[in-house]
Design a protein around this ligand. Structure first.
Ligand code: ATP
Length: 258
């Protein structure tokens, strides 16, 4: 679904660009974002392997959302590049990145509250080449455990159900990589567990994820690999157990420079 034939797109294998992981589906190279005199993201090389589920954590103001918006194209980097599936999409508009296989779910739900749950799913499906929208809608309803709410206006769903619906809307486009910004913020324990199950099931089917999250219990439940961002830079990367045991990581969460 990417457009390697497009002369405006510079095709460069992520590995060649970064010298990093051969299997990287996403690679940022030296990506930097200044807001006036503030450097929100500072020369970040962030990679995600094919099929990986990586959590991005860090204290408030670390640059997590800014990095996500640089990847999705909501923001343009001051310098650096973003490679996805071997394509340099640094200059590609956000909507084209979605077509290339990069989906995003921001913190607040972006759903059509006046339409039913099923109708919400049909909107993105109409953008695909799916020839049986009815079956595809049903399949997604089952996956997000909202089959019994198919005809309910989306505005009447609970917060957790709305988040699952939006993840379902993103999955209809069959993305290679889904980016989620704090998907369980404000959710009950049960709702959080249900979103964790959904993410794990989609990941088992091969979808890669980057999940920004503050809830460490949730991070522990879904993810093996964690990247810690601090003051705009990658501070640590590794398995969740190592990251949680790292005293320098603990210190940055207390607001002390490590
Ligand atoms: N549009 C903007 N204009 C100016 N400064 C911004 C803008 N967006 C973010 N910033 C600043 O960039 C820095 C990084 O912000 P960002 O929202 O990326 O951090 P974060 O790690 O996502 O934080 P949080 O966990 O609190 O959401 C902060 O100092 C923030 O105030």
């Amino acid at each position: 679904m990417s457009t390697p034939g497009d002369p405006n797109v510079r095709v460069t294998p992520a590995v060649a660009a970064t010298g990093l992981d051969q299997d990287a589906v996403l690679a940022t190279e030296n990506v930097t974002k200044h807001f006036g005199g503030l450097t929100a993201v500072d020369s970040v090389d962030f990679t995600v392997a094919e099929g990986e589920l990586r959590c991005l954590i860090g204290p408030n103001g670390a640059g997590k959302s800014t990095l996500l918006e640089l990847i999705t194209g909501q923001l343009s980097p001051t310098k650096g590049h973003v490679y996805f599936d071997g394509i340099d999409l640094t200059d590609m508009p956000a909507h084209e990145r979605i077509d290339a296989g990069l989906s995003v779910k921001f913190q607040s739900p972006h759903i059509y509250e006046g339409l039913t749950v099923a109708q919400n799913l049909q909107i993105p499906l109409q953008r695909t080449d799916c020839d049986d929208i009815r079956s595809a809608t049903h399949e997604t309803l089952e996956e997000i455990e909202l089959a019994d709410r198919a005809d309910t206006p989306a505005g009447d769903l609970s917060h957790g159900q709305q988040q699952r619906l939006e993840i379902g809307m993103a999955t209809t486009l069959e993305p290679t990589l889904m980016l989620l910004d704090e998907p369980v913020a404000g959710m009950s324990v049960e709702e959080t567990a249900s979103v964790a199950d959904l993410i794990r099931s989609l990941n088992d089917d091969g979808m890669a994820f980057v999940v920004i999250e503050h809830d460490m219990e949730f991070v522990r439940t879904i993810s093996d690999q964690v990247t810690v961002l601090n003051q705009g830079s990658i501070f640590r990367q590794g398995p969740i157990e190592e990251i949680e045991a790292d005293e320098a990581v603990q210190r940055i969460y207390l607001g002390e420079d490590a």
